[in-house]
Ligand binder design. Structure first.
Ligand SMILES: [Zn+2]
Length: 500
C-alpha cells in the first residue's frame, strides 16, 4: 500500500475548514433479537442463536421486538428527538455473506426518531451543540472471520467463517447532521460525541455499551473545504471505528490526508475507508456514491410501528438525568479542580466515584482510589475499571479505615489487592490478616530509639552497608510493639537514621 502523504495538522487547519458527520451504531441489550425469539447474547458458540427468521429461510415471518422499539424511543427522547407516530420498516437489498437474508431490515424514509441535538464537551472544556438528523432501528449482520492472513482481513486469508449469532441483533443507528465549526478540535469532538452517546445508552440501560465488543461503533465522515467556501467538500466515511481513541486518530488522519491531496489540486474520492489501529492510518475501502441503489422498499411482512402518545410520554417521564446536566451537578457537588473533574470524566469514572461518595467516602478520597491505584491495576490487567472485582461500597470502606487511622495508604493498597483477590471486605481483611498496624512514624521512631539504646553499634554497621545488623533492631521493635509494627517502614526509618 502506497504511503499516504499527510499535511501538517496546523497547516491543514489554516487552509481548510473541517466538516464532520458521525453515524453511530448502538447494539441493544434486549434478551432476544429484533425480529425473532433467538437469544441476543455475546460469546456463544457460533451459529447456535439462529432460526429460520434471522437467517431468512423462505416462509419465515418476522415480528418486531417490543423492547427494542422501547429502547429506540428512549434513545430518541434522550437525544431530544421527535418520535414518529408511525414508522415502517424497509428492506435494504444487498448481497454479502454475513447477510443470509440478502436484505437488511432497516428503516429508510420513516425513522422512529428525528431532529434532535446533543451538547458535547471536548477535553478543553469547549462545548458544541451537535444536531441529530435521525435515529432509526435496524438489525445487525453476522460476523465474518477471515482465517490464515496476517491481518485478519479478507486479503490474504485462506478461508472465511461466518457466525450468524449476531444476525438480527437489534441496532439503533444515530446519524448527525454535518458538524461545522469544531476546527482543530474536530477529532476530539468526534470522540467526545461517541463517548456521550455511549454514556447515554449506558445510563438508559438499553445497551451494554462496550466498545471493544462492538456494542457501540462509529462511522466517521470527514470532508474539507476552503475557508469561506459554501459548497461542502467530498467526504470519506471511515467505517466501524470502535474505540474513542481510534475515532480521534482516524478523523485527524483524514484531515491531514485530504488536505495534502486538495492542496496539490487533487480531488477526494467519495469512498468508505478502513481504519488500521496498528499503523494509525486509514486505507481505501469501496467507492460510495450518494445514490447507492439498495432498492429500498417497504417491508411487506411487518406492520408499521405506531407507538402511542401515552407510551412515549411514559418513557419520557422515566428518562435518567441527562449526562451533561449530571456532569454539571457532580462538578458542583464534589468541588474537584477543573482538571481533576475532566480527568475523571475522560476516564469514565463518574459512576464509580458517585457510588463511592454515596457509600460515605469523601469525594477526593473516592477520586484518588478510582483514578489512581484501581485505574492502574485495571490498566495492567487490560481491563475496564468497572470490571474489577471491587464495589464502590468496599472502596468507601477502605477510605473510611484510612480516615479512622487504622491503616495507612501503603497498607490500604495491600488491602485493595486482597479485596480484588476475593478475600472479603476491607474491614474483614484488616482483621483477618492483622493489618491494623502501628505505622505512624512517631511511635515507630520512639521504639527504634529504645531498641538502639541496647545496640549502639548497629547504626555504624548499617552505614558501612552491613544490612544484616538491622535485623536485630527491627526484631526488637516488632517484639516491643507486639508484632503490630510496619516492618518495612521500620527498616526505612532505621536506614534514614543511620544516614542522617
Ligand atoms: Zn432467530
Amino acid at each position: 500500500m502506497a504511503k499516504e502523504e499527510l499535511m501538517n495538522y496546523e497547516q491543514a487547519l489554516a487552509q481548510f475548514e473541517v466538516v464532520i458527520g458521525l453515524e453511530v451504531h448502538v447494539e441493544l441489550n434486549t434478551n432476544t433479537k429484533m425480529f425473532c425469539g433467538c437469544k441476543n447474547e455475546f460469546g456463544n458458540e457460533p451459529n447456535t442463536n439462529v432460526c429460520p427468521i434471522c437467517i431468512g429461510l423462505p416462509g419465515s415471518l418476522p415480528a418486531v421486538n417490543k423492547r427494542a422499539v422501547e429502547s429506540s424511543i428512549q434513545i430518541g427522547l434522550a437525544l431530544g428527538c421527535d418520535i414518529a407516530p408511525t414508522g415502517r420498516f424497509a428492506r435494504k437489498n444487498y448481497f454479502y455473506p454475513d447477510l443470509a437474508k440478502n436484505f437488511q431490515t432497516s428503516q429508510y424514509d420513516e425513522p422512529i426518531a428525528f431532529e434532535g441535538a446533543l451538547e458535547v464537551e471536548v477535553p478543553s472544556g469547549n462545548k458544541f451543540n451537535v444536531l441529530i438528523e435521525r435515529a432509526h432501528m435496524e438489525e445487525d449482520a453476522g460476523k465474518l472471520t477471515h482465517v490464515g492472513g496476517a491481518t485478519g482481513r479478507i486479503q490474504g486469508a485462506e478461508y472465511s467463517l461466518v457466525d450468524y449469532n449476531r444476525a438480527g441483533v437489534p441496532l439503533v443507528e444515530i446519524v448527525t447532521k454535518p458538524v461545522f465549526g469544531a476546527g482543530a478540535e474536530a477529532p476530539e469532538l468526534a470522540a467526545a460525541y461517541v463517548r456521550s452517546i455511549r454514556d447515554i445508552v449506558r445510563a438508559l440501560n438499553v445497551s451494554d455499551a462496550r466498545m471493544e465488543r462492538g456494542n457501540v461503533r462509529c462511522d466517521a465522515n470527514v470532508s474539507l473545504r476552503p475557508h469561506g467556501a459554501e459548497k461542502l467538500g467530498t467526504r470519506t466515511e471511515t467505517k466501524n471505528v470502535n474505540s474513542l481513541r481510534s475515532i480521534e486518530r482516524a478523523v485527524r488522519f483524514e484531515i491531514q490526508r485530504q488536505a495534502a491531496i486538495l492542496a496539490k489540486g487533487g480531488s477526494i474520492l467519495q469512498e468508505t475507508r478502513h481504519w488500521h489501529e496498528d499503523r494509525g492510518i486509514t486505507s481505501s475501502g469501496r467507492p460510495k456514491s450518494d445514490a447507492d441503489d439498495y432498492r429500498y422498499f417497504p417491508e411487506p411482512d411487518l406492520v408499521p410501528v405506531q407507538p402511542s402518545k401515552e407510551w412515549i410520554e411514559q418513557l419520557r417521564a422515566g428518562l435518567p438525568e441527562n449526562p451533561a446536566d449530571r456532569r454539571r451537578r457532580l462538578a458542583a457537588d464534589w468541588g474537584f479542580s477543573e482538571l481533576e473533574f475532566r480527568d475523571v470524566v475522560n476516564a469514565g469514572l463518574l459512576d464509580q466515584i458517585e457510588e463511592t461518595v454515596a457509600a460515605g467516602a469523601k469525594p477526593q478520597a473516592a477520586r484518588k482510589w478510582w483514578a489512581g491505584e484501581l485505574s492502574r491495576i485495571a490498566n495492567d490487567e487490560s481491563k475496564d475499571v468497572a470490571e474489577l472485582a471491587i464495589s464502590a461500597q468496599q472502596v468507601a470502606e477502605l477510605a473510611g479505615l484510612i480516615d479512622a487511622g487504622k491503616i495507612n495508604d501503603r497498607l490500604a493498597r495491600e488491602v485493595l489487592g486482597f479485596v480484588l483477590a476475593g478475600e472479603g471486605s476491607p474491614t474483614e481483611i484488616v482483621a483477618a490478616r492483622g493489618l491494623e498496624v502501628v505505622s505512624d512514624d512517631g511511635a515507630l521512631i520512639a521504639a527504634i530509639d529504645e531498641a538502639l539504646a541496647g545496640q549502639p553499634d548497629v547504626l555504624d554497621a548499617i552505614r558501612e552497608g552491613r544490612m544484616q545488623a538491622a535485623g536485630a533492631v527491627i526484631g526488637a521493635v516488632m517484639k516491643a510493639m507486639k508484632g503490630s509494627a510496619d516492618a518495612a517502614r521500620v527498616r526505612e526509618l532505621l536506614i534514614a537514621k543511620a544516614n542522617a
